[in-house]
Write a new protein. Sequence first.
Length: 87
Amino acid sequence: MRITDVKFRHLQDDSKLKALVSVTFDDVFAVHDIKVIEGHDRLFLAMPSRRMPDGKYRDIVHPIGSELRDALETRVITEYLNATTPQ
């Protein structure tokens, strides 16, 4: 599965939520509202989630294996840093 497009919405610099991202796979499947979050020591991705009746959040879409998760995180964070770093 190839990541064919990454689009950023709501780029922010004043909170832990740095951006909302839409990612397209193989030009045929899009996932919206992936979050770029500033953690204690690095940026990471949070998948789209829904609040359950018990108050907990559950991902509604996510990579099954670590290979796709790592590729997705690397690509999105690299593009985020390129978009937000002054040149």
